[in-house]
Design a binder for this molecule. Structure first.
Ligand code: D0W
Ligand code: ZN
Length: 696
């Protein structure tokens, strides 16, 4: 650990200076010297830690897990020591605002502080996180009547939710995932929350809990109010889309399964979390026979490859005069799911902090949706490449929402029918109102449907972190938010003593903040609108492709974007926003403008429908049809996941009898228990090794 030794030397130096002067170091020149010295070391330490993380995420073995843990530990040490040295400077009184900002970022530790002062808690925190991620990433659902045939989330369960219209099969996939993953996470999350809060509070006592720490990244005093205002402006769009989709689903699945005035059963929207509804486009297409945006089938019949999708995305960045993906990117990335090992399939983009090693890890399939996701991930990479000259603490987005908005913003242009035609994905583009509505519907199924979900995820987590939502109410409160904001209900009753449905969304067990995505969905339309103007677009916003203008117009738009990306987080986000939009506030108006023709159309279609939903409605629940078990005394129906799980759900205990001869439930398969065993082994060995080797 050479970097660590040298930074120790720096600590002594700084302390010596302090002892001699008996005061804080006031020299800004010394401040800069520290920053550049810090920067070189940080690059090295972060590089090593990213490599270890990458190796684990692309090959989930015990050995790689241990190496990753060691690298995390070294990184935490480094962060803590750097913060200590920096606090010997009188940085709060520095005149240079950039220098002051650098020091502030280096001294504000998040959860890292815990890793030094509380060695045992730090290990427990890391182990819990590793265990939760592993349970999620390796979770499998086995067929009720064929326990050796098991489905993984990607691609099996995602495909199940996306591609079939069989109410009961969809329910099996939806319920199975929650039985297999949520229930195994339920007991781990409360302790994780407690440890996370402790760490944050020790780092900066001003931050009362982890949610406050996460919100601090936005440097916006009334952040929560601003979000609430944005959401309220967007709610009418969502409610109109919801009412129209509900009407169409009633036609498909029957009036008995879906109420005209109730929430929608959550498993019918084409997505495991009901967060993007693009996959049910075929059920809700406004004008069948007009230009259809079903590009996936075209990709498949034309023999598109995953590699081609990445090249097309890279081409778009180049076309806009942005930085193309370096050779390193093509050599080191993982584009498809490997057949020979377990990996974290959830897509991600990686900055290795050394100016040229950047990578994407993704289990891509050939589809329009994955083409958009590739642009999303490449947007992160573009940011890394544009701000690589900045000192490490500024290699961030203007705020986290900015980082999420870049790729999506470009995909808004790529997704237009005229652009799809230029890359060979649409044969004919009709220019009429009905085709426009089809297109806007396909966009709304992705963008509008996401808004309430993007908003509620961290409403729930902030509540958990600040203690207003307790472990006993985790699942109830989750469903309260899901019903209130998204207007959906679980297709089968939840068992709040056992279920932990929030844990079935990657970002909860992986502990990735989520409000950035809501912010991004607002920002990307603001940026899109502004860049459309720069690129000379006239006419309705949804028809804009920022690459469609003259070379000079394209270049002007690309340059504006690049100039904002190059700033990283060196200035507060309104300064960055101003570069592109000329204004300093978040605004929902551009999304409203973009979708206005569809909103008008939906209002027409929804005449006679009731907008919104009655929170108390629940779908019919037929024990037999939903693979439940009726207690011997006939008293109640026991969910498949509750059968033979060691807990009596029937008063007569019949759900825990005859277990060996009953076909294994959806969780029951060998796969899940293997995973859990593996997870506990990882944790035991981790604890043992770390105690022996690393405790100072
Ligand atoms: C990173 N994060 C992963 C993955 C998966 C983006 C995601 C949300 C959403 C649709 C080393 C590291 C960070 C990047 C960084 C995360 C995805 C698919 C798309 C919400 C949905 C959409 C846009 C967003 C979801 C990401 N790097 N998306 O962690 O530098 O911070 O790779 O989770 O179009 O629910 O799927 O944001 O890229
Ligand atoms: Zn992202």
């Amino acid at each position: 650990m050479p970097a660590q030794k040298e930074i120790l030397y720096l600590v002594f130096l700084a302390l010596a200076v302090r002892t001699v002067r008996l005061q804080l170091i006031g020299s800004e020149d010394h401040g800069w010297a520290f920053i550049w010295d810090y920067n070189g070391r940080a690059e090295q330490v972060y590089y090593d830690s990213m490599v270890a993380r990458w190796n684990y995420n692309t090959n989930l073995t015990l050995e790689n897990s241990l190496k990753q843990d060691e690298a995390n530990f070294i990184e935490a040490h480094f962060d803590k020591q750097a913060a200590q040295i920096a606090s010997n400077f009188d940085w709060q009184n520095f005149n240079n605002t950039t220098l002051k900002r650098l020091f502030r970022k280096i001294t504000l530790l998040g959860t890292a502080v815990n890793h030094i002062d509380q060695a045992r808690e730090a290990r427990e925190y890391n182990n819990l996180l590793a265990e939760m991620r592993l349970i999620y990433s390796t979770g499998k659902v086995c067929e009720y009547h064929n326990p050796s045939s098991c489905l993984s989330l990607n691609p099996d369960l995602s495909d199940c939710l996306a591609n079939n219209h069989n109410y009961d099969r969809l329910r099996f996939c939806w319920e199975g995932w929650r039985d297999a993953v949520g229930r195994k996470l339920k007991d781990k999350y409360p302790r994780f929350v407690e440890l996370s809060n402790q760490a944050v509070h020790q780092g900066v006592p001003n931050w009362t809990d982890t949610g406050a720490y996460w919100r601090s990244w936005y440097e916006t005093a009334d952040f929560q109010e601003q979000l609430e205002n944005l959401y309220n402006q967007l709610k009418p769009l969502y409610n109109n889309l919801h009412a129209y989709v509900r009407k169409k689903l009633r036609e498909q699945y029957g009036q008995d399964k879906i109420s005209a005035t109730g929430p929608i059963p959550a498993h019918l929207l084409g997505n495991m979390w009901s967060q993007s509804w693009s996959n049910i486009y075929d059920l809700v297409e406004p004008y069948p026979g007009k230009t259809s945006i079903d590009v996936t089938s075209k990709m498949l019949s034309d023999g598109w490859t995953v590699d081609r999708m990445f090249r097309i995305s890279d081409d778009f960045f180049k076309e806009m005069g942005l930085i193309e993906m370096p050779q390193n990117f093509w050599d080191n990335s993982m584009f498809v799911k490997p057949a020979d090992r377990e990996v974290v399939c959830h897509a991600s983009a990686w900055d290795f902090y050394n100016a040229h090693d950047v990578r994407i890890k993704m289990c891509s399939n050939v589809s329009m949706q994955d083409l958009v996701t590739i642009h999303h991930e490449m947007g992160h990479i573009e940011y890394y490449l544009q701000y690589k000259h900045q000192p490490v603490p500024f290699r961030r987005g203007g705020n986290p929402g900015f980082h999420e908005a870049v790729g999506d913003l470009l995909a808004l242009s790529v997704s237009t029918p005229t652009h799809l035609q230029t890359i060979g994905l649409l044969d004919t583009v009709e220019d009429d109102n009905e085709s426009d509505i089809n297109f806007l519907m396909s966009m709304a199924l992705d963008k509008i449907s996401f808004l309430p979900f993007g908003y509620l995820m961290d409403q729930w987590r902030w509540g958990v972190f600040n203690g207003s939502i307790t472990p006993a109410t985790y699942n109830q409160e989750w469903w309260k938010l899901r019903t209130r904001y998204q207007g959906i209900v679980p297709p089968v009753p939840r068992n709040n003593d056992k279920d932990f449905d929030p844990g079935c969304k990657y970002h909860v067990p992986a502990n990735h903040p989520y409000m950035r995505y809501f912010v991004s969905y607002v920002l990307q339309f603001q940026f899109h609108k502004a860049l459309c103007e720069t690129s000379g677009h006239t006419g309705p916003l949804h028809k804009c492709d920022i690459s469609a203008g003259t070379e000079a117009q394209k270049a002007a738009a690309g340059e504006k974007l690049a100039r904002m990306l190059q700033m990283g987080s060196s200035q507060e986000w309104p300064d960055a926003m101003e570069v592109i939009t000329g204004q300093r506030d978040m605004s929902a108006q551009p999304i409203v403008d973009y979708f206005q023709p569809l909103i008008d159309w939906l209002e027409q279609q929804n005449q006679g429908e009731t907008l919104g939903w009655d929170d108390t409605w629940t779908p019919p629940y037929d024990c037999e049809a939903t693979d439940g078990f009726t207690c011997k005394d006939g008293s109640r129906c026991v969910r498949p996941g509750d059968r033979c799980d060691g807990v009596n759900d029937c008063a007569d205990k019949s759900d825990e009898q005859n277990c060996s001869i009953v076909p294994t439930g959806p969780t029951g398969g060998a796969a899940v228990s293997t995973v859990t065993n593996f997870a506990s082994t990882v944790v035991c060995v981790l604890v043992a090794l770390l105690m022996v080797n690393l405790v100072p």
